[in-house]
Write a protein that binds this ligand. Structure first.
Ligand code: FES
Length: 159
């Protein structure tokens, strides 16, 4: 009777099961990587706060945006979508257009004076950007608006 070689007791994996082990390990690594990337994506706004703009930006002329209307623009950089809304005859507000939950773009609903995020039904006030309902953890970042000679300017926030 032949005795099993010593290495078999130290590495008890059959040759036919080698691929199962590596598949399992691959699945673990893939799942952990996907979780890490998802967590980083969800937290990127917390980890990397919005950059600070240093110069005012002309967004539109007052006559270009009717009451109840909106205008999309990019602020504080070309990578950051933002939205200007005209709440009343002389009332404008501008916010980041990226939902604070998972960054989906929000849409303005003038009849309710609110922003709606269709991804997970988040709602924000158009008056001040605060969360009204849904999963968003914090208010939409708001940008100061100035009217200068019939033009709508977004100005860098003063600390
Ligand atoms: S991304 Fe807006 S509610 Fe989830």
């Amino acid at each position: 009777m032949t005795e099993a070689p010593d290495w078999k007791s130290q590495f008890p994996v059959r040759q036919s099961a080698e691929h199962d082990v590596s598949r399992r390990q691959f699945a673990k690594v893939a799942c952990c990587s996907a979780l890490a990337v998802s967590a980083a994506w969800a937290l990127r706004d917390k980890i990397l706060p919005l950059p600070t703009a240093t110069a005012p930006k002309l967004v539109a002329r007052v006559t270009d945006v009717p009451v109840g209307g909106s205008r999309l623009f990019r602020y504080p950089t070309e990578d950051h979508p933002a939205i200007l809304v005209r709440l009343g005859e002389s009332e404008f507000a501008a916010y980041s257009q990226a939902c604070t939950h998972l960054m989906c773009p929000v849409h303005y609903q003038h009849e309710k004076q609110q922003f709606f995020c269709p991804c997970h039904e988040g709602f924000f006030s158009a008056q001040d950007g605060r969360v009204l309902a849904g999963p968003p953890p914090r208010a939409l970042p708001r940008y100061p608006v100035e009217i200068r000679n019939g033009e709508i300017w977004i100005t860098p926030a003063t600390a």
